[in-house]
Design a protein around this ligand. Sequence first.
Ligand code: PMM
Length: 287
Amino acid sequence: MTELRSPGRRVAGLPDWDRCAVMGVVNVTPDSFSDGGRWFDTTRAVKHGLDLVTEGADLIDVGGESTRPGAARVDAAEELRRVVPVVRQLAAEGVTVSVDTMRARVAEESLAAGAALVNDVSGGLADPAMLPVVAAAGAPFVLMHWRGFLEGATVHGEYADVVAEVVEELAAGLEHATAAGIDPERIVVDPGLGFSKDAEHDLTLLAHLDRLTALGRPLLVAASRKRFLGRVLAGPDGAPPPARERDAATAAVSALAARQGAWAVRVHEVRATADAVRVVQAVEGAR
Ligand code: PMM
């Protein structure tokens, strides 16, 4: 119990949840691999975010650009058009909103529209203005492990020891972000499952989350519907189930991550994960 109440569960500038938090995903994109196109208009995206809160999400992550391998980049004006109105309306409803973007301008305008947190899958590497913008705003920041844009699933995916290298590269990212003026108490780290990583890498990282929490910062785990789960669930013919049939497996990962002290899990389907993190909290409370 004590380790689950540790500073690993607290991020300056965000509400304090007394268990692993649930981050619900709203992708305002026509082409996300897992829920492509379903929430691609402001009204529907806002409604979906509010529904996820009703189902038990503690915060909502709004993104306007797909990070799918091979996806073309969206231009900044289009990303702003997709994301900012959704952020503004959800924040106005009292929702804690995270903005999933690699662009400083989108981060800045989303923070001005009420976002509480910036989630950058490039860890500040894709846009040199990102870290200064986050620092100037005093905003919390998710620093994900990233080795570059993905043209193929495992581009830059060579590791001798995936856990050691991800830990080392995240530590370098933490130093970089802190040197740019971001308060370390506001930084969350994330292993970036599926980003320049194959299924074995993802599973190995999930088996060693303790090595990531040893970085001393809260940990976000985003396994939802990812390729490695398709591989784990594949039938005898080796065919993975479609992304939307991976939600029970996602909830299982949520329980494992919560049990290992993750600060939050990022998921598309909230209800099962909201139950999973509550069960873990109850069992831990009975120790
Ligand atoms: N994965 C996706 C998008 N955003 N953010 C963080 N912090 N960590 C991730 O692993 C991550 C992310 C993948 O895209 P999806 O929303 O289509 O699943």
